[in-house]
Design a binder for this molecule. Structure first.
Ligand SMILES: Nc1nc2c(ncn2[C@@H]2O[C@H](COP(=O)(O)OP(=O)(O)OP(=O)(O)O)[C@@H](O)[C@H]2O)c(=O)[nH]1
Ligand SMILES: [Mg+2]
Length: 281
């Protein structure tokens, strides 16, 4: 699915992030662990190349464990970087990031100490919409200091949050990039909820998703919806799921849109199991 959702607020957010780069010591780059490669925003290349980066594979409770380990070692190998996986819905689980930050910035801390400076570290948290940036910050702050939500575009302005007396984090609005040319990437960003439904053809996205799951492992759909997929094409499977789940309109027709929303919601909430979409490189 070809995506072009790059509203004015994302453009200004990127400009602000580029400016703030000068004021931060480190970047925390939040990637949804179900599609970490697809979450890499080319617009961030300039932003994330000038500082040490902690790649955070978020929502690891929803991704395949072996695949997440693969992606963790992939991002760990990048220069001047480290990578951790987190489930930010568990209180205290992100603490490892705080310790990692302190280790990665220890030289700077020594330097500050020698100069008698007492300035807190500053890190900027970046990532595509809905990847879990604000939830991660709240987890680190041990208090709900930022607004979160299960739809893209929740955070609008930048917001500094002190997570302890030595570290300040900058929450930023989720940003995409103009004209996402790669259709596979666009589709995966849509599956994980990075793109708002209003600009999508949800029924087609649902059909595409059913097709992708059939290619991956038909048991994912068979087990969840108690159906048999043998010899059925993706449209027939989609319709079967809609019938099974009662996504039927008044005229007894299949309601593809409601069906698609239902299936994609099952994926987003992990009810289809722990699934990683991006293939290993
Ligand atoms: N299961 C699970 N859900 C998570 C995790 N982290 C965040 N979420 C959920 O993902 C949704 C989006 O989280 P946010 O923290 O608002 O995401 P964001 O990146 O700040 O989004 P924008 O501000 O819109 O760019 C919320 O419903 C969170 O509860 C996680 O580790 N596991
Ligand atoms: Mg946010």
């Amino acid at each position: 699915m070809k995506i072009n959702w790059f509203p004015g607020h994302m453009k200004s957010a990127l400009d602000v992030m580029e400016k703030e780069m000068k004021n931060v010591d480190l970047i925390i780059y939040v990637l949804d662990s179900r599609a970490p490669f697809s979450c890499l925003n080319p617009s961030f290349e300039k932003i994330a190349s000038k500082r040490p980066v902690i790649y955070v594979l978020s929502k690891c409770d929803l991704s395949n464990d072996a695949d997440t380990n693969y992606w963790q070692s992939y991002f760990n190998k990048k220069e001047n970087s480290a990578c951790v996986k987190v489930n930010s819905t568990i209180s205290g689980s992100a603490k490892v990031i705080k310790n990692l930050m302190k280790t990665m910035l220890s030289k700077k801390a020594d330097w500050n100490k020698r100069k008698g400076l007492n300035i807190p570290f500053r890190a900027m948290v970046i990532g595509v919409p809905n990847s879990g940036k604000s939830t991660l910050i709240n987890n680190l702050a041990s208090k709900g200091k930022t607004i979160t939500g299960d739809k893209p575009g929740v955070t609008r302005g930048k917001q500094w949050v002190a997570i302890d007396e030595n570290i300040n984090l900058l929450d930023t609005p989720g940003t995409l990039w103009p004209d996402i040319e790669n259709e596979v990437v666009g589709t995966r960003l849509a599956y994980i909820g990075s793109i708002k439904n209003e600009i999508l053809d949800v029924a087609s996205l649902g059909l595409e998703f059913v097709g992708d799951m059939l290619k991956k492992d038909k048991k994912i759909l068979e087990d969840r919806y108690k159906i048999e997929c043998n010899n059925l094409n993706r449209l027939q499977v989609f319709e079967l799921i809609c019938q099974k789940r009662g996504f039927i309109s008044k005229g007894r027709e299949v309601d593809y849109e409601r069906g698609a929303i239902g299936i994609l919601d099952d994926f987003k909430k992990g009810r289809l199991g722990k699934i990683t979409l991006d293939e290993k490189l």
